[in-house]
Design a protein around this ligand. Structure first.
Ligand SMILES: Nc1ncnc2c1ncn2[C@@H]1O[C@H](COP(=O)(O)OP(=O)(O)OP(=O)(O)O)[C@@H](O)[C@H]1O
Length: 671
């Protein structure tokens, strides 16, 4: 399963807001994508986590239809930004206030949230598009970030903003997908700071805020590590059960009492004295913990401190797990299934080249198995006992990719870790580094990479010292790098350095005889057995498989999920696949694969009926599911413009289809 999280929302505004929040927490460790429930959601059978924004059954049904049966589907727990609640607290008790949202269920959900948080001094009534009562009879209306209904100006609108994701949901899933502990701790501290600022703002004590917000309480209980917060007088304002167990198992009603009541309270003293401390290794009850504390200040005024403890054995376990995930090759040649001649030749060649120490360049379309080959080559090489470090060069912004690859020195940029950080080339010492999507790297990184390949040396970002590295490079790309060189987009000298030993991985359409074996193997891994009608297999043999094995696996998962018969027939296949085959039969003019691919893009522009940028095109499920990337779309649009089928604006105005483009679609039987 891919390390990808999907969020499905009812409204686009909410979706956009939540995507930003999720991406900030999970990226670059896990990909996050989102869909509105009314849009066509592509097959998600490869996705590990699906989040729904609200409890609506239609969202659940949408997720079940496209997700793998074993994917975790979670309804996000969400809560308002606490500071926004100040306005609510000032409404006189007993006032009737409509709570507006885009459906009755979500309006009710917000009311429930408010009541659970003990903000129960008001009488709330759900209000949504279509509600029959006249809003004018009320003095206040609560809205959540947007209002689909125009509101009269004499009603006081209290905007609680979009509800944010409960930090507990982030932490919980973050641990499963490999978000580092540092980020978890950073979020937790920020959350506590927000709480304490709110307390000050409302003029209440921390304890009152804690009472006010049961949501917060459950968050702290759900955090599995001890958390203690004190105000500036050293009075305990939060403590979760794990911390009670560790520091004062025989006491009760601890909140509101001085921290000196805790066992080992001397450890917290520096924070009380407002001395900022580095993380410390401490031993409590014969167990080792990392103690981190944060002094909470608003402007220069101290508000107290928060301490968290992390069990060292747990940290070590997580580190090993991450290291194992990132730094070992998990597949060998026996995992590459297929008996066709082109595949056998690619395997034989790879086995021979594996023994050599030279740089290998794997080429092939998306989803052909390049990554699988890279793992297998490492396992078959003399470096097999060394690390295998993989990175997708297209998935990170330029500066992050640079520091990931080459490392950085202390103080290289704001937020740089103390003591610097070794890059992946250093971490791959004695092993192999796999540079996936190498064709997408920027000119600046191309220069740096060339240096590593030529000199076998790296210079960390912000550093001057030269470090010798000993690792073998295996790179992969789905771009035609020779063409990129001709167009001046890829350095020629780097191309020759990378393509010392080139291996081409054949596309699935060049080895359709492997399809039955691939299907059987894929289903066997999930313990499923199914029979496929002859008609379906014939369709599979004729299909273009532009997303290759990844697309095949998705189609198979889809068919297995929707089929209710013992034998899978063509009616169980995704519509886009059968549609495309139907179009293909109609087409007389368009024959080559390349032209088919052009038609896909032209058709999307035709359907959109307005200019679309390459970013928007790359996010269309119809193009993404068959492997179109943003950079591939950019090149294709340039080609189509040259032959007059599309027109692009001078700046970022997007691209439109021309009359000639529409005629091409007609000739191709698409419209
Ligand atoms: N010969 C094969 N036998 C079994 N599974 C395969 C084979 N080739 C590819 N796969 C599976 O197909 C999926 C795509 O493979 P992989 O990620 O290696 O492709 P890729 O060429 O690196 O794709 P991309 O260019 O998009 O990164 C993976 O789930 C992989 O396990």
């Amino acid at each position: 399963m891919e390390n990808t999280i999907v969020v499905i929302a009812k409204g686009l505004d909410t979706l956009e807001f939540l995507l930003k929040e999720l991406r900030a927490y999970f990226e670059p460790y896990c990909r996050v994508v989102g869909y509105a429930s009314h849009a066509t959601i592509p097959d998600l059978s490869n996705v590990s986590h699906i989040f729904l924004t609200t409890k609506l059954p239609e969202l659940y049904t949408a997720a079940r239809k496209v997700g793998a049966p074993e994917a975790a589907i979670t309804v996000l727990n969400r809560f308002f930004e606490l500071r926004k609640m100040k306005a609510l607290m000032q409404i006189p008790p007993g006032t009737t206030v409509p709570v507006m949202n885009n459906t009755p269920v979500s309006a009710q959900e917000v009311i429930q949230n408010l009541l659970e948080a003990n903000v129960d001094h008001l009488h709330y009534i759900p209000f949504y598009p279509g509600s029959t009562f006249d809003v004018l009879q009320f003095k206040y209306v609560i809205i959540m970030g947007n209002s689909d209904v125009p509101l009269p100006s004499d009603v006081e609108v209290i905007d609680l903003g979009f509800r944010k994701i409960n930090i507990h949901d982030l932490i919980d899933v973050g641990r499963k997908v490999g978000v580092p502990i540092e980020r978890e701790r950073e979020y937790l501290s920020a959350f506590i700071v927000e709480m304490s600022e709110l307390a000050k703002m409302l003029g209440t004590s921390y304890a009152e805020v804690q009472k006010l917000n049961s949501q917060l309480q459950s968050t702290f209980q759900a955090v599995k590590d001890p958390v203690i917060a004190c105000n500036e007088q050293g009075v305990i304002t939060f403590i979760n059960d794990v911390a009670v167990e560790l520091f004062c198992p025989h006491e009760s009603a601890i909140v509101g009492r001085p921290y000196t009541l805790l066992k080992e309270h001397g450890l917290l003293e520096p924070f009380f004295e407002q001395v900022d401390q580095e993380d410390m290794l401490v031993t409590i009850e014969q167990k080792q913990f990392i103690l981190s504390g944060q002094i909470i200040r608003r402007k220069y005024e101290p508000l107290g401190f928060v301490c968290t403890l992390k069990d060292v054995t747990e940290i070590q376990r997580l580190r090993t797990q991450l290291a194992l995930r990132g730094h070992t090759a998990t597949y060998s040649f026996s995992d590459i299934k297929g008996e066709s001649q082109p595949l056998k030749e690619a395997i034989e060649l790879s086995k021979k080249m594996a023994k050599n120490n030279q740089t290998i360049l794997l080429t092939g379309e998306n989803g052909t198995g390049k990554e699988l080959f890279a793992h297998a080559i490492h396992q078959h090489s003399l470096r097999k006992n060394g690390p295998f470090v993989a990175i997708n060069c297209a998935s990170l912004p330029e500066n992050l990719l640079e520091s990931e690859l080459f490392g950085y020195e202390d103080g290289a940029f704001t937020g740089a870790r103390k003591g610097g950080k070794p890059g992946l080339f250093e971490q791959a010492e004695g092993g192999t580094i796999f540079l996936d999507e190498v064709g997408d790297i920027s000119p600046a990184i191309q220069v740096k990479l060339l240096r590593v390949l030529q000199e076998k040396q790296v210079i960390r970002v912000g550093g001057t010292g030269v470090l010798a590295v000993d690792c073998r490079v295996v790179a992969a790309t789905n771009r035609n790098l020779e063409e990129a060189v001709e167009r001046g987009e890829f350095r020629e000298d780097l191309f020759y350095r990378l393509a010392v030993l080139p291996i081409h991985i054949p596309a699935l359409r060049e080895r359709v005889t492997d399809i039955p074996l691939l299907i059987e193997n894929h289903l066997m891994q999930q313990g499923i057995r199914k029979t496929w009608s002859k008609e379906v297999l014939e369709l599979f043999f004729r299909h273009d498989w532009r997303g290759n094995i990844r697309e095949l696996k998705n189609v198979v998962d889809y068919a297995v999920t929707v089929s209710e018969q013992p034998i899978i027939g063509s009616s169980d296949l995704p519509k886009r696949l059968t549609d495309r085959l139907a179009h293909k039969q109609k087409a007389t003019v368009v024959e080559t694969m390349e032209e088919e691919r052009d038609l896909d893009i032209l058709y999307c522009l035709y359907q959109a009926n307005k200019p679309l940028g390459r970013y928007q095109l790359a996010r269309l499920p119809a193009l993404r599911s068959i492997g179109w990337t943003e950079s591939a779309i950019r090149h294709k649009l340039k080609q189509l413009e040259l032959v007059g089928l599309v027109r692009s604006g001078t700046t970022r105005q997007g691209t439109t289809i021309t009359r000639a483009g529409i005629e091409t679609l007609q000739k191709g039987g698409r419209i």
